[in-house]
Design a protein around this ligand. Structure first.
Ligand code: NAP
Ligand code: ZN
Ligand code: ZN
Length: 347
């Protein structure tokens, strides 16, 4: 069993600290990846602090992983030793249900296996995430990385990237559409880049006016301070699509009031407390409210290839492993531009 070490939470109130553990013994279809960079997702913070009520400890977070392949099993065809591989939020699934069979493994009818804090389908051990030295994964759940992209900026694509790319594609965001992005954090800045790249007119909603110049640089056509009722009113009933990435509890009403008839508002942010929905804004416009969960394995590869073709990566602040607890605190203060990525050499 490959030895591993990383940073773990031992309970919902303890800071992350060094932790040694072992990975499952690799199967013939597995690859072993030495982790070079791992992004810091707000979900890692929600999970480390048990904000969703399903956490198990010790927990090594991290699901935005890129690194070098150091071992391949005898049945592996997609990778060879020395290749770069990427691993996201989903590392296994039943592989044989209606959802898995169409490449939507994130909606596996028998439950996807998350990168950390759930039982591994192979040996029942609890999965441990990417704030660590290595990972063992079936090659089907690992991705190839376009050679032209800087790896630190690629890591966040594995969650922030695919979680925003997937709904923008599903709702066919493109030219002629007015699209709103709520929150300019890790997910939000990727949503902004993709919506701009797909040709939509993009309005960035933020609670932090200090981020306005960055939002314009990242591709926003307009920036709106969502706490300013007059500025919000100017956009009433004008949006085709709004993607909400906010990580903290907030009212949906100021945003849903901006939807056009038959428009859609999609939630990807998952705050500790769920929103109370005022149905009126949806009912009288036949508008829809939906959620979306990461993306499937084929779509994640499609997204990475799209990023390679269009030179899209995340704007990152690279940090040493020892600064993870400070990074969590800064993320809570909305002080991240726009994704922390851990340099695993510092582990
Ligand atoms: P993040 O980097 O911390 O960004 C969150 C942003 O939300 C903040 O920067 C802030 O942007 C905005 N925000 C915070 N409080 C707000 C409020 N009260 N009202 C409006 N906006 C507010 O977090 P992230 O990593 O992007 O993750 C965002 C959320 O998505 C988390 O809840 C995470 O768990 C969830 N998530 C879901 C999926 C999925 O599959 N659905 C996948 C990954 C993550 P401004 O400063 O611009 O206001
Ligand atoms: Zn994530
Ligand atoms: Zn399945």
């Amino acid at each position: 069993m490959p030895a591993s070490h990383g940073y773990a939470a031992q309970s919902n109130t303890t800071p992350l600290a060094p932790h040694a553990f072992s990975r499952r013994a690799p199967l013939p279809s597995d690859i072993v990846v030495d982790i070079e960079f791992c992004g810091v997702c707000h979900s890692d913070l929600h999970m480390a602090r048990n904000e969703w009520g399903n956490s198990v400890y010790p927990m090594v977070p991290g699901h935005e992983i890129v690194g070098k392949v150091t071992e391949v099993g005898s049945a592996v065809t997609k990778f060879k030793v020395g290749d770069t591989a990427a691993i996201g939020v989903l590392v296994d699934s039943c592989r044989d249900c209606a959802k898995c069979n169409i490449g939507e493994e994130q909606y596996c009818l028998n439950g996807m296996t998350l990168t950390y804090a759930v039982p591994d389908r192979v040996d029942g051990s609890i999965t441990m995430g990417g704030y660590s030295s290595n990972y063992v994964v079936d090659e089907r759940f690992a991705h190839t990385v376009p050679a032209n992209l800087p790896l630190a900026g690629v890591a966040p694509l594995l969650c922030a990237g695919i979680t925003t790319y997937s709904p923008l594609r599903h709702w066919k965001v493109g030219p002629g559409m007015k699209v709103g992005i709520v929150g300019l954090g890790g997910l939000g800045h990727m949503a902004l880049k993709f919506a701009h790249s797909f040709g939509a007119h993009v309005v960035q909603f933020t609670t932090s006016l200090s981020k306005k110049a960055d939002a314009l640089r990242l591709g926003a056509d307009e920036v709106v301070l969502s706490t300013d009722p007059e500025a919000m009113k100017a956009h009433a009933s004008s949006f085709d699509f709004i993607l909400d990435t906010a990580s903290a509890p907030h009212s949906l009403d100021p945003y849903s009031a901006l939807l056009k008839h038959d428009a859609a508002m999609v939630l990807v942010g998952l705050p500790e407390h769920p929103p109370v929905v005022n149905v009126t804004n949806f009912m009288f416009k036949r508008a829809s409210l939906s959620g979306s969960c990461i993306g499937g394995i084929p779509e994640t590869q499609e997204m990475l290839d799209y990023c390679g073709q269009h030179n899209i990566t995340s704007d990152v602040e690279v940090i040493p492993m020892a600064n993870i607890n400070q990074a969590f605190e800064r993320m809570l203060k909305q002080d991240v531009k726009y994704r922390f990525v851990i340099d695993m050499k510092t582990l």
